[in-house]
Design a binder for this molecule. Structure first.
Ligand code: CO
Length: 170
């Protein structure tokens, strides 16, 4: 067991958390992207993934093969990829995690580089942290007056906070 209060370098923490993770951050990016784009047709092509993630088709092929050895995708000929049931479950989780982080950042007022910030944060939080951030999101949604107070606190809103205030960013 590691000492919970000891400091490590970022790399050290990544190595420690990787022990409990099934996938590397890179593999998570692919699985999330595959899951995002599966819904329409039920499958996705290697060429589409490489375009969506701005990587070479050869890199995409390699990553997809890794996902296949973990039983998350079904990769056959013609560059067509299907998700297995396990892959769908994991992909759904990854997309939810992405949305939880993105919503949290929006709620606190981040709009610049929102996607990049989300992508950088999402891989490194525990399920427990995600759960609590999700609760905070839900709490804030139930109490938009708190977001309004927060905006006033930051000095970006001078208006009074009322119940009718539509202050949550959509
Ligand atoms: Co993401």
């Amino acid at each position: 067991m590691r000492d919970q209060d000891a400091f490590y370098t970022v790399r050290g923490y990544q190595l420690l958390s990787q022990r409990d993770k099934l996938l590397t951050s890179g593999m998570e990016d692919y699985l999330e992207m595959i899951y995002r784009n599966m819904e329409k047709e039920g499958y996705i092509r290697i060429s589409a993934i490489s375009q969506l993630l701005n990587v070479k088709p050869s890199s995409a092929t390699k990553m997809v093969q890794k996902l296949a050895t973990r039983g998350l995708v079904d990769y056959q000929k013609y560059g067509i990829i299907f998700l297995t049931e396990e892959g769908k479950r994991y992909g759904k989780f990854l997309l939810e995690r992405h949305n939880v982080i993105e919503k949290f950042l929006k709620t606190i007022g981040i709009s610049e580089n929102l996607l990049a910030e989300t992508e950088l944060i999402e891989h490194n939080i525990s399920k427990n942290t995600m759960k609590h951030i999700d609760w905070l999101n839900q709490f804030m949604e139930l109490h938009p007056e708190i977001i309004c107070e927060f905006k006033k606190f930051k000095g970006i809103s001078k208006t009074e906070c009322t119940d009718e205030d539509d202050v949550g960013e959509k």
